[in-house]
Design a binder for this molecule. Structure first.
Ligand SMILES: Nc1ncnc2c1ncn2[C@@H]1O[C@H](COP(=O)(O)OP(=O)(O)O)[C@@H](O)[C@H]1O
Ligand SMILES: [Mg+2]
Length: 356
């Protein structure tokens, strides 16, 4: 396959809006996708991910804004004229057609000649490793195999853009990891441009060149996985990136770049100030794995908590503990703890993020 030939330089999503009656599912989305990129749209259920993807595909008309590809307007074209490949969570295969016919269907609709069609279908079947199953029907395949058929059906058309809507959510955990690697491998080896929708931050971080984090139809942050993971712009994105602890604090004093923040049973001296003024209400965000269990309360920046629940995770334990204020903490540690233990947890100041 030579999908490189169809690759575009830039696709602009420009102030795109989509409303369903009074519900605004997408509010003025701006995003530029470069040919060859793998972009993940990330956010919880209902934040507008599928709406954005369906607007790109042409399955939903926009209620505002425009989409252009290399300067040409495409949001006015019907889906078949855009010619994007789509892969959905529920596979959407034709049940009465064999694997081979499912994969070749789009090519036969496009009146591609028989020899060419067979060559391209063979190649797609080989790429998704279904050669031994090509004469089976969807009902005779596992979920993972069905999703491979759906992927082959999308890429066989050598589309300029492949759109995937939570394609792995119906698979069990082991298969999900395997197919994740498979999708990234196909993206790279075929030089595809992919927009991938997921609510799973780990999947988005693992797959994408760039993440777009959405909340209630609004883009919160766009950046590389490293960037979004290390520098989330607000408490919402931080929560999505694994900062499960949000301690309610007040900025007690500021000194240049640093601040002292205090809350119920918490005093952190020297966190990054993030331009907050003294007196401001804020949250201090901490990842579960960033706490260290220490033996005494007299170390700086330590909180004391009571262990309530301990889950065994092999090398680590996932611990739910409670501060004297009643706030719950999530902690991951190598220390062996038990319910009822009183622990002192050191908070590493350089890893705490403070948001208003
Ligand atoms: N066909 C529809 N009719 C009415 N409301 C819809 C429709 N599709 C989506 N919505 C609403 O738009 C919002 C975004 O939905 P969706 O894009 O499906 O979110 P996600 O894919 O992130 O879970 C939700 O509030 C949802 O209820
Ligand atoms: Mg969805």
């Amino acid at each position: 396959m030579n999908s490189q030939a169809e690759r575009f330089a830039e696709l602009h999503i420009d102030k795109v809006q989509r409303a369903f009656g009074d519900t605004v599912a997408l509010r003025g989305m701006d995003l530029t996708i470069k040919g060859g990129e793998f972009v993940a749209l990330l956010g919880p259920s209902g934040c507008g991910k599928s709406t954005a993807l369906n607007c790109l595909a042409g399955l939903l008309p926009l209620t505002g804004g425009r989409i252009t590809m290399d300067g040409k307007r495409i949001d006015t074209l019907p889906p078949e004229r855009r010619g994007f490949g789509m892969v959905f969570q529920n596979y959407a295969l034709f049940p009465h057609m064999s694997v081979r016919r499912n994969i070749g269907f789009g090519l036969s609709m496009r009146k591609v000649g028989k020899a060419e069609l067979n060559r391209r279908v063979d190649e797609a079947i080989r790429l998704v490793q279904l050669t031994e199953h090509e004469h089976k029907f969807p009902a005779q395949l596992s979920g993972g195999q069905q999703q491979r058929v759906a992927i082959a059906r999308a890429i066989v058309l050598e589309p300029p853009l492949v759109l995937m809507d939570e394609p792995l959510s119906n698979l069990d955990a082991a298969l999900r990891l395997e197919m994740r690697t498979e999708i990234r491998r196909l993206h790279q080896s075929l030089g595809l441009t992919t927009v991938y929708v997921t609510h799973d931050q780990e999947e988005a971080l693992a797959l994408a060149d760039r993440l777009v984090v959405l909340r209630s139809g609004e883009v919160q942050q766009i950046g590389s996985p490293e960037d979004v993971y290390a520098h989330p712009v607000n408490a919402y994105v931080a929560g999505f990136m694994g900062y499960r602890n949000m301690l309610r604090v007040t900025v007690e004093s500021v000194n240049g770049e640093h601040a002292v923040v205090t809350g119920d049973g918490v005093r952190l001296a020297g966190v990054n100030r993030e331009s907050l003024p003294a007196g401001a209400a804020a949250v201090a965000a901490v990842r579960p794995e960033d706490f260290t269990v220490v033996s005494s309360p007299d170390e700086d920046n330590t909180v004391s908590a009571a262990v309530e629940i301990v889950e065994y995770h092999g090398r680590e334990q996932a611990v739910e503990a409670r501060l004297s204020s009643g706030e719950q903490l999530h902690v991951r540690t190598n220390n062996r703890l038990a319910p009822g233990d009183k622990v002192f947890l050191k908070v590493p100041l350089e890893r705490v993020l403070v948001f208003s």
